[in-house]
Design a protein around this ligand. Sequence first.
Ligand code: 4AD
Ligand code: MG
Length: 633
Amino acid sequence: MEKEKGLFEVELYDGGKKKSTSMDKIEDKVGALTLGGGGGDDASSGHSGPQQAAEFSKTKGKEKYSKLFNKTSICDVVQKGSSLAEQGDSSENCDDEVLLTCVVCGWVKTGRVAGGGAFAFIELNDGSTPVNLQIMVTKEAGSASGVEELKQITSTGCSLAIEGDLKRTPKGTKQKFELKCTKIAYVGACDGATYPIAKKKTTFEFLRSQLHLRARTNTISAVARVRNALALATHLFFQQNGFLYVHTPIIGTSDAEGAGEAFMVTTLPAQADALVKGQALLSDEELASLEAAASAAGGEVKEAKTALKEDPKNPDLKQQVAQKVAVLLASKEKVELAKQRRAQPDGFLRTKDGTIDYKKDFFGLKSYLCVSGQLQGEAYACAMSKIYTFGPTFRAENSHTTRHAAEFWMIEPEIAFADLQDVMNCAEDYVKFCCDYLLKHCADDMAFFNKMIDKKCLQRVKAVAESSFARCSYTEAIEILEKEAKRRKGKKKFVNEVFWGCDLASEHERFLAEEHFKCPTILYNYPKEIKAFYMKLNPDGKTVAAMDVLVPGVGELVGGSQREESYDILAKKMEAAGLDASEYGWYMDLRKYGTVPHGGFGLGFERLIMFTTGVENIRETLPFPRWPGNAYG
Ligand code: 4AD
Ligand code: MG
């Protein structure tokens, strides 16, 4: 068996001077954790993260890929500790019973020295759970490990590895148990005076300037665990229902949603800059003088050649011809470069109408970051029957709302041999599955959000998991909104006018989901003018088989539709939308070769996180959010 490294064979922080701390091996002293019936040394939880990860891998106990410290995740220690502390032996001196022995590693949340310097209390967190582990370090244990000053190890943000015995705390204390440190490794110092997030209370806005550190805060780490859980739930739902995961491209040549919000992918500006930097822009006179020099060089070549003709074997004359030709070529090149530069005064090659010529670009035509993977998803659905994509999506909307990000993640299932009803049913089941999954697997984090962020989030997520969504046609929704608009007076009036044909604003969507139906609501059959070209035209000729899922607190969570499967109708719709059919030849082929009724939807992953956790700004749901003017970190 591979020999395990003891904790202190590792090079540790020693205040700047490098040295190895020598300490006893710990593996024989650390009791094998057998959590939830898992098995001893072999059992490992890796980074157990949210509780579901441990359940998913059925591995618990010491972490397989942290043998360096032979550690156990705080999530596992807390879980096991809670159940052991509760089981308790009711005898008098059960308080001194060692519930388990383990090594934990993490970052100090808070710490304080007590008992006149005799011991320190530390709250340690490793990101695996919202719950901190309380650790008690005595002065003796500290100094035996080379930590003379207990104060050092209590500073917020420093990293520690701690070996200890988990014991019950005296009755009546808030914590049910704590880890009594037997050995400590001061892994990384953290200067409280400069640590940007040392303060207990900081604003989300401030934390956005500290993206690299903000995952150490309670809210952002809880969001990260929920995000991870929802990603897993997404794959579970679609895989369990026979969908195939397809990686659609990130770079494409069409703005699929036709909203003109795509980021361009181009190497032309770099080429233009290189040209501008490498070649001065010459005036007419300067160019004329270069041309004159080239013509003079041409004359000299002629003369040299004539002389050589008269004495063909003369080596000096041969050399002269070669030299003059070289000078001529160099001056011709100068003229060419000067002309190219003059033809591209700003560095860009332009067509006759003055627009940039993309033929010389990397892909030979205008290319964009994807605003959706749907069109390619359709190609795969029309071969594999049921697919889904789950990837980053980019939109250059200059939008500063709390619900828009320039880079976000979208889940886009696409189903062949399906209609709008199938699409709506799938979207509803998927959202309900995700809510149910969070309740079952992220209970601690959900309790945290319910307490600290949104007192209604648990109730909302439960209600969604348990009950059906409301469904209502666009036309009915307009009637409801018109009635409401008449009823509203003064400041409460809708800002945007409501009429059949209008694109619903967020205030309308939220009214329907939050006040009228009071639950997630699916609106369907929208006017064709306000929806994308690919949606199926309904028999009324006025509406398309589109649907949006609106949810309380967020508004639009899902957008989807049945797709137009008729070649001729689609061609007409594209023409009406002013789209260049030649760019969509491959997409039209799907209607030419074995077309089928099909449809799908897109769910904004960050909006699902906002809806389930109550986090109000999308910027808190993305690890490194991008919005206009911000691509930091
Ligand atoms: O409604 P959208 O634009 O639909 C599509 O892109 C379709 N191609 C989907 C499909 O049928 N396959 O976008 C889908 C969802 C929205 O409902 C919203 O939740 C989210 O994507 N979304 C955004 N999320 C964050 N930031 C943005 N800028 C978003 N734009 C759309
Ligand atoms: Mg939409």
